[in-house]
Design a protein around this ligand. Structure first.
Ligand code: CP3
Length: 343
């Protein structure tokens, strides 16, 4: 059956006059209604595990803006927690986790099939959303890519250069690779359950892919994505997959073909004309406006929306930012962008 939902049509390779649009982190602190619901939940993690409230914040930006896709409200760091790591968020600073420094920490983690009790509220959020979303809105499930999740598990926090993960890779490759393997396999189980619950598309966020170079990129960014996508598609034939190897640069070329992804998401360091020539030749691309324009707005926001739309107009495209919308964004600027895009 031909796809009727706008986002699924682009993922199936269709070129549309007006591309579908959604925003990374579209449920977030820039929205007053999100801040109110988070306060009701208590804190960010309680919100992630409260299925009714997580579904509510997922729906808020759909009601306000009519985006073509809703992304499940959760976090890539719920998976380490399901595997047994401690996780908490320091206000104003970001995530903290118990650290994996070698074989001992690794052996204390649970197995790939032991995550589902912990993740039950997330699957329930997906089920609520599958029921409640408008018929034209596509539901996206997601997980972090093994490398990106590993960088947080090894450092115990976000790091600008992922040095602790690179160090473990150099000094104890067996433990490092065992962690990537565990994350690859548990990500397959986690995403597969999201699809069973009603996710129509899955997206794999490799936010730190850009710090992997040469052979490391192939082994730890490309290969895990390829395995996850291949296994998901064999369990769920036709499932569209979006890969986001952020700041991969030249490694964006051929990534969709090599991994089997239906779409690659481009970060905003990538020139749109270059990406149209070198990446969109393989199929759908998503992106890639600079998030800061949602803060500054004005004519520059209108011009840049139209420039990116035009650059990708000859092939399948999903309009989005090159990274998440920030807490400082002005909610009115989202309307300005939508007006410039949809006319
Ligand atoms: O709306 C959506 O996009 C869906 C929900 C979503 C969140 N995080 C909610 C969130 C998604 C898809 C993510 C992905 C995620 N989480 C990534 C990959 C994408 C990226 O941004 O590179 C990463 C690296 C994380 C880990 C993470 N979560 C960090 C480093 C932080 C702290 C930084 C920050 O922005 O505060 C979070 C917290 C987080 N995840 C928030 C949200 C809405 C803010 C929490 C709050 O409300 O206080």
């Amino acid at each position: 059956m031909a796809e009727t939902k706008k986002l699924l049509r682009s993922l199936a390779g269709e070129t549309q006059d007006v591309p579908p649009v959604w925003l990374m982190r579209q449920a977030g602190r820039y929205l007053p209604e999100y801040r109110a619901t988070r306060a009701e939940a208590g804190d960010f993690l309680s919100l992630c595990y409260n299925s009714d409230l997580a579904a509510e914040v997922t729906l808020q930006p759909i009601r306000r803006y009519g985006f073509d896709a809703a992304i499940l409200f959760a976090d890539i760091l719920l998976l380490p927690q399901a595997l047994g790591a401690d996780l908490w968020f320091e206000t104003g600073e970001g995530p903290r986790l118990s650290t994996i420094t070698g074989a001992e920490g690794l052996n204390a983690l649970k197995g790939k099939d032991d995550i589902h009790d912990h993740m039950a509220p997330v699957y329930e959020t997906v089920r609520i959303l599958a029921r409640e979303l408008p018929g034209e809105t596509t539901l996206i499930g997601f997980a972090g890519a093994p490398w990106t999740v590993a960088t947080y598990m090894i450092a115990g926090r976000g790091t600008p250069d992922q040095a602790p993960a690179h160090a473990l890779k150099a000094e104890d490759r067996a433990s490092f690779e065992a962690l990537i393997e565990l994350l690859t396999e548990s990500t397959i189980e986690y995403l597969s359950q999201q699809v069973e619950a009603g996710a129509e598309v899955v997206k794999i966020f490799d936010s730190w892919a850009g710090s992997l170079k040469g052979e490391d990129f192939t082994r730890y960014a490309l290969e895990p994505a390829r395995r996850i996508i291949a296994e998901l598609k064999s369990r769920h034939p036709g499932l569209p997959c979006i890969a986001f190897p952020r700041e991969a640069g030249e490694n964006y070329i051929g990534f969709a073909r090599a991994t089997g992804a239906d779409c690659v998401a481009l970060d905003n360091s990538v020139d749109a004309d270059w990406a149209a020539a070198h990446v969109q030749v393989d199929g759908c691309v998503q992106g890639n406006m600079a998030p800061n324009l949602m803060v500054t707005g004005g004519q520059a926001l209108i011009d840049e929306t139209k420039r990116i739309k035009a650059a990708f107009a000859k092939g399948p495209h999903i309009f989005n930012l090159g990274h998440g919308i920030t807490p400082e964004a002005d909610p009115e600027n989202v309307h300005v962008m939508l007006e410039a895009l949809r006319g």
